[in-house]
Write a protein that binds this ligand. Structure first.
Ligand code: NAD
Length: 493
């Protein structure tokens, strides 16, 4: 049964977009339904924005950017204080936002709270960063003074996915706003609700009208209009690699700056000398968190052959212990997938894995029982004795499926880890620090962790090699992505 077939929830919230400081409907009055995928019911409607609404938002953001006494003319410290107010407001509304995200995304309430807190901390970081954006003085050959300025780009379009809606929005809004840009945020159609609340909270925090706009609507129309719009100076996008390619095409007409955070097929490499018990205890969460709908999901586990049996046994046991259930339950560790379409796609991949000859060790089906009947659930799934060239190891499944692949030598592990078009993240487990560092240098990915699976640090750069993306988010590196670099030479003679 699809979400569309079920009777709507009785408490459907009708939401509005945020454009130019006003809460508005789509210009043509159209709306779309927003679902709770764990229950299989509609929970809200959102305005179905299109080209006309994007035009409105670009006008509002341009006026806000060009206002001579407006946002981009404010002192960096004042911009920082406003971001800090937003950070505090997000924290004050943590429970409300987490409940919304949990219901809308099917994600466990505990994880949703962590995500909202994470967004608040990202705003806090960029509140502090706003007045620490420095230029340089450069000893050029001529006798004058040469210095650089980092200036805001102008109007920036921020297009985010459904897997971590609030966090992805904060990763983009934080540095964009700290640098003095004005923004148009376009959330994914599955999950527009926290983005809308964020737009409302930004008004409450004191961002002038037009500085933070939120346009909801389909990617193919609203998103595409934003990516192609001549009034937008930059697009920051997180989503699928194929959509990223389309964004680049759309942005090319006006040579927009583009940063892309795209898909992944991240390796988790375990050497025989690793702390195997710790690996097996922690690593299921590196792939089954958020029901595997995580660009950093460690979905390929490479295990040195001498410990292969032991790793499979411990990892399978730890996987069986992952608590799958109602996202509203405090004890739940894995909720539903985002949609029935995504569930079916994941189950199709399970079938493909079996046909390819991988050995199904755990999961592979939807969980049974009344509690799961209406929701888009799939059990955490482990394949063993997979080969790196199988489709389940080559393609991003974006669901709770992991493949274990044995290897013999360090060189072979690095070669297989790199044998993918992606290069986002990865983990290395070994007590031999020399080896761990050699492998960390050898793996062509933007974010690596040794003896843990920790990919994201607000203060450190995050982003992908190869087809996993262009540019870096988080840390001060993200500021570079939202600024133009101007060089000024002063003749002193
Ligand atoms: P998606 O590409 O389908 O959609 C992402 C956003 O783009 C949505 O807001 C969507 O409406 C919009 N969009 C779709 N088509 C568009 C178009 N033609 N023009 C403009 N905008 C368009 O991705 P998704 O399914 O929402 O998210 C899952 C993907 O995101 C996965 O591939 C995952 O790996 C990736 N992801 C990457 C990172 C990272 O940091 N590298 C983080 C999270 C998710």
């Amino acid at each position: 049964m699809t979400t569309e077939q079920r009777a709507p929830d009785t408490s459907i919230t009708a939401t509005k977009m945020v454009i130019g400081g006003e809460l508005v409907d789509a210009a043509d009055g159209q709306t779309f339904q927003v679902s709770n995928p764990a229950r299989g019911v509609v929970m809200a409607t959102a305005p179905q924005g299109g080209k006309e609404d994007v035009d409105r938002a670009v006008k509002a953001a341009t006026a806000a950017f060009e206002d001579p006494t407006g946002w981009s003319s404010w002192s960096a410290a004042k911009r920082g204080r406003t971001l800090m107010k937003l950070s505090n407001l997000v924290k004050e509304h943590l429970e409300e936002l987490a409940q919304l995200e949990s219901r809308n995304g099917g994600k466990p309430i505990s994880g949703a709270r962590g995500e909202v807190l994470g967004a608040s901390l990202v705003f806090e970081y960029y509140a502090g960063a706003a007045n620490k954006v420095f230029g340089e003085t450069i000893p050029v050959s001529k006798p004058g003074l040469d210095f650089t300025l980092r200036e805001p780009i102008g109007v920036v379009g921020l297009i985010v996915p459904w897997n971590f809606p609030m966090l992805m929005a904060s990763w983009k809004l934080g540095p964009a706003l700290a640098a003095g840009n004005t923004c148009i945020l376009k959330p994914a159609s599955y999950t527009p609700l926290t983005a809308i609340r964020l737009g409302e909270l930004a008004l409450e925090a004191g961002f002038p009208p037009g500085v933070v706009n939120v346009v909801t609507g389909p990617g193919g129309t609203a998103g595409a209009a934003l990516a192609a719009h001549p009034g937008v100076g930059k697009i920051a996008f997180t989503g699928e690699t194929t959509t990223g390619q389309e964004i680049m095409r759309l942005a090319s007409g006006t040579i927009k700056k583009v940063t892309l955070e795209l898909g992944g097929k991240s390796p988790n490499i375990v050497f025989a000398d690793a702390d195997i018990e710790r690996f097996a205890k922690e690593s299921p969460y590196a792939v089954f968190d958020n029901a595997g709908q995580d660009c950093c999901a460690r979905s390929r586990i490479f295990v040195q052959r001498s410990v292969h049996e032991q790793v499979v046994q411990l990892f399978a046991q730890a996987t069986r212990n992952v608590k799958v259930g109602d996202p509203a339950d405090e004890a739940t560790e894995m909720g539903s997938l985002i949609s029935f379409k995504q569930r079916d796609r994941v189950l199709d991949y399970v079938g493909i894995g079996r046909e390819e000859g991988a050995e199904l060790v755990v999961g592979g089906t939807a969980p049974e029982g009344e509690a799961f009947a209406g929701g888009a659930y799939v059990l955490p799934t482990v394949f063993d004795n997979a080969r790196n060239d199988m489709r389940i190891c080559a393609e991003e499944i974006f669901g709770p499926v992991v493949s274990i692949i044995p290897f013999d030598s360090e060189e072979e592990a690095v070669r297989m880890a790199n044998d993918t078009p992606y290069g986002l993240s990865g983990s290395i487990w070994s007590r031999d620090i020399g080896r761990a560092l050699r492998v960390a240098r050898g793996v062509r990915a933007g974010v690596l962790s040794v003896n843990c699976n920790s990919s994201v640090h607000t203060e450190a750069p995050f982003g992908g090699y190869k087809m996993s993306g262009i540019g870096r988010e988080l840390g001060m590196h993200a500021i570079d992505m939202y600024t133009e670099l101007k060089n000024v030479y002063v003749d002193l003679t």
